[in-house]
Write a protein that binds this ligand. Structure first.
Ligand code: M6R
Length: 601
C-alpha cells in the first residue's frame, strides 16, 4: 500500500505535494518522492529518498522549486528494498510516474519490452514507466499511451503520470487501487485517499477500475478503458479532515476491519498461478531436508501461527510445533539444521520474536519471517522473508494483519507441501481466491454482530470454545475481546470443558462457540448443550448445513474448505469485540496498558 498524489493548478506544487504526502504517510512510510515541472525549462525534476516525508521535505527545502504541476509518492515497499533508487517517481524519457499497487505480470513485461538491461530499480512500477515511454513515442499523447499500457498490465494500480511536453497536465488511471479526484476553482488534484484532497475541496470524483482522467488546471476529462470520453458524477464528502483520515470510519480498528477484503486480495495477488503457488522468496530452500518445523510468534501472530502449523502438518505429515516466542527462547528448544523455523510478526520488531529468531539462526535452522513491515528488524534477520500486504496497521488490536497472516501462512503450507512432493489440495487453492468476497459479505452482516455484542455489555466474563483449528480462532476471539473491551475472556478447547472450566458456567454466562471443522463440529455442539443446561447464553458460529438444535443465536458461515474457516470466523469475532468496546465507551484504537509494537522483553 502506497500513497500517491497528482496536482495541477496555481499554487506552488512543492508545498501541495509535500503536505498531501504527510497526510498519506499512514499508507506507507519507507520512502518518498516528488516530480515537479520546471516552469521555464519544462524539464521534470525528480526529488526522492528512502526515509520519511520529513526527509524529503528537508531535501526539497534546500532547492528552489517553482512549479504548479507535479506528482508525489510515499512508499510501502512490496517489490525491492528500501532504497533511493526504488523510491518513486520513476522516470523514462519524457515520462515520469508514481504507482500504488502491484504489477503481477511485470516479469513477463520485462521480457516482452526488452527491459532486462535498462531497469534502474528493483520495482515492478518502473516497468510501467518504460512502457509509457514506449507508447508515448508512438502516440505523442499521454492518455492514448496510457490506454495502451493498461491493456497490457495485470494486477493493481493507481497511476499519476506527467510528461515534459504537456506542462500543466497530469494523467491518471486506476484498477483495484484507490484514486480520488477533486476539482477546485483553479486546480485539479488526484490522490489515493480523501484526506489528501480535503484541504482543497470536498467535491470529488471516484474513478472506477480501468477508467482514466486527464487533469488540467481548469478542467478534468474522464475516459473509459477504450478511450471514450465519459461523464462522472461528483460526490460531496460529508465529513472533515479528522474523520477522513479514518476514511469516514469512527476508529482505525473499524477502518482496518473493513479493509480486509482488499488486503487479503493484495496478499494473494500473483501468488496462485495455474494450480501452483508462486513464492519466489522461498525458491532456494530445500524443503526435503527438514524433519521438524516450528512456528514462533506472540499474541495474535501466535494464533495465526497455530493455524498455519495445523495446515502444514496436515499437508506434509511433518511434525510441526507452535510456540510463543517468549517460551521458545528460554526453553532450550531441540532445533538444528534440520529444523525449519517460521517467525510471524506484524511489526517485525517484537523483542521476544526477534530473540527467538536470533537463537534459531545461531542453531543453524533455516529461518523464514512472515511480517507486514518492509525493512523491519525481523525481516532483515531472517534468512527468507515474506510480506503480508496489509498496509500500515494503526489500531493496537491486530485485525487485517491477522487475516493476511492466515492467508500467507496457508500459501506457505501449500507451497512447502508441493516442494516436498506431497499432494496439494487444489480445491483449497481455488477457494483462497474467493476469500475476499466471503469476507466482504461477512462485514455486510456487521449489525448482527453488533447485536451479539449487546449481550456482553454488562458481563464481566465471556468464554470461548472450539476444537481443532477452531481452537486457534477462539483464542484470537478471546484476545480481541479482552484487549479492546476489558471483558475477561478465556478460550478453551471444547473437549476440556468438563475437565474444569465448566465449573465457571452459571446462568447468564456468555459462551461464544465456534464449530466449523466437520470432523469435530458435532462434538463441540454437544459441549454447547452442556453449557446451555447450566444456564449459559450461547452464540454459535458454525457452517451452513450443520445440524444444530436448542441454540438461540446461531450464525451460519459459508460452507467453504474447513482450512479457510479461521479467516472467515475472524471477522464476526473482531466485530463483536469492537462493538462491545464501543458500547462500553472504551478507547478502541488505544486500549489501556497496550502498545502496538512490543520492543521490550
Ligand atoms: O507485531 P507482532 O505481530 O509481533 O505483535 C505481536 C503481538 O504483540 C500482537 O499480536 C498483540 O497481541 C496485538 N495487540 C493483538 O491484537
Amino acid at each position: 500500500m502506497c500513497g500517491i498524489i497528482g496536482y495541477t493548478g496555481s499554487e506552488n506544487v512543492k508545498d501541495v505535494l509535500l503536505d498531501a504526502l504527510e497526510l498519506l504517510e499512514y499508507r506507507g512510510y519507507d520512502s518518498a518522492g516528488i516530480a515537479v515541472k520546471d516552469e521555464t525549462s519544462h524539464v521534470t525534476n525528480v526529488y526522492k529518498c528512502a526515509g520519511r516525508v520529513s526527509d524529503l521535505r528537508a531535501i526539497c527545502d534546500s532547492k528552489k522549486i517553482l512549479s504548479a504541476c507535479g506528482i508525489g509518492h510515499t512508499r510501502w515497499a512490496t517489490h525491492g528494498g528500501v532504497t533511493d533508487q526504488n523510491a518513486h517517481p520513476h522516470q523514462q524519457g519524457k515520462v515520469t510516474l508514481v504507482h500504488n499497487g502491484i504489477i503481477e505480470n511485470y516479469r513477463e513485461l520485462i521480457a516482452d519490452y526488452d527491459l532486462q538491461e535498462i531497469l534502474h530499480s528493483e520495482t515492478d512500477s518502473e516497468v510501467v514507466v518504460h512502457m509509457m515511454d514506449y507508447y508515448y513515442k508512438k502516440e505523442k499523447n499521454l492518455q492514448k499511451a496510457l490506454e495502451r499500457v493498461i491493456t497490457r498490465i495485470e494486477g493493481s494500480y493507481a497511476l499519476c503520470i506527467v510528461s515534459t511536453e504537456h506542462p500543466d497536465e497530469v494523467v491518471v488511471a486506476k484498477k483495484a487501487s484507490p484514486l480520488v479526484i477533486g476539482r477546485t476553482e483553479d486546480a485539479s488534484v488526484a490522490a489515493s485517499d480523501i484526506p489528501a484532497l480535503l484541504a482543497y475541496t470536498k467535491d470529488v470524483y471516484f474513478l472506477d477500475d480501468l477508467e482514466m482522467a486527464v487533469l488540467k488546471k481548469d478542467s478534468i476529462t474522464f475516459y473509459n478503458k477504450d478511450g471514450k470520453e465519459i461523464t462522472k458524477e461528483m460526490t460531496t464528502i460529508p465529513y472533515d479532515m479528522e474523520a477522513a483520515q479514518k476514511n469516514g470510519f469512527d476508529t482505525y480498528m473499524l477502518k482496518e476491519i473493513n479493509e480486509q477484503p482488499h488486503v487479503i486480495q493484495e496478499t494473494l495477488r500473483g501468488r496462485i498461478f495455474e494450480h501452483s503457488i508462486v513464492l519466489d522468496e522461498l525458491k532456494d530452500v530445500d524443503f526435503n531436508k527438514f524433519n521438524k518445523v516450528y512456528y514462533v510468534a506472540c499474541g495474535t501472530a501466535y494464533h495465526a501461527g497455530l493455524c498455519g502449523a495445523s495446515i502444514l502438518e496436515r499437508a506434509t505429515r511433518l511434525p510441526v510445533l507452535t510456540q510463543v516466542a517468549s517460551e521458545f527462547r528460554y526453553n532450550d528448544p531441540i532445533i538444528d539444521e534440520k529444523t525449519l523455523c517460521i517467525f510471524v510478526s506484524q511489526s517485525g520488531e517484537t523483542a521476544d520474536t526477534l530473540a527467538a529468531l536470533k537463537l534459531a539462526n545461531e542453531k543453524g535452522c533455516t529461518t523464514i519471517a512472515v511480517t507486514n513491515v518492509l525493512g523491519s528488524t525481523i525481516s532483515r534477520e531472517a534468512q527468507h522473508t515474506l510480506y503480508t500486504c496489509a498496509g500500515p496497521e494503526i489500531a493496537v488490536a491486530s485485525t487485517k494483519a491477522y487475516t493476511t497472516q492466515l492467508v500467507l501462512l496457508t500459501l506457505i503450507a501449500l507451497y512447502i507441501a508441493d516442494k516436498r512432493g506431497d499432494t496439494v489440495d487444489t480445491d483449497l487453492m481455488e477457494q483462497l481466491n474467493n476469500l475476499p468476497e466471503y469476507v466482504s459479505k461477512l462485514i455486510d452482516d456487521e449489525a448482527i454482530f453488533e447485536n451479539y455484542a449487546k449481550t456482553l455489555k454488562d458481563k464481566h466474563d465471556c468464554y470461548f470454545i472450539g476444537r481443532s483449528l477452531d481452537y486457534a480462532s477462539v483464542l484470537e476471539g478471546a484476545l480481541k475481546l479482552k484487549e479492546v473491551s476489558y471483558v475477561h475472556a478465556d478460550a478453551y478447547i471444547a473437549g476440556e470443558l468438563k475437565h474444569g472450566p465448566i465449573a465457571l458456567i452459571e446462568p447468564g454466562t456468555v459462551v461464544i462457540a465456534v464449530a466449523t471443522q466437520p470432523h469435530v463440529a458435532a462434538k463441540t455442539i454437544s459441549n454447547i448443550q452442556e453449557t446451555i443446561a447450566r444456564g449459559a447464553e450461547v452464540i454459535l458460529f458454525t457452517v451452513e448445513g450443520q445440524e444444530v438444535s436448542g441454540v438461540e443465536n446461531i450464525y451460519y458461515l459459508p460452507n467453504i474448505n474447513p482450512l479457510l474457516q479461521s479467516v472467515l470466523v475472524a471477522i464476526p469475532l473482531q466485530l463483536i469485540a469492537y462493538h462491545t468496546a464501543c458500547i462500553k465507551g472504551c478507547d478502541v484504537d488505544k486500549p489501556r496498558n497496550l502498545a502496538k509494537s512490543v520492543t521490550v522483553e
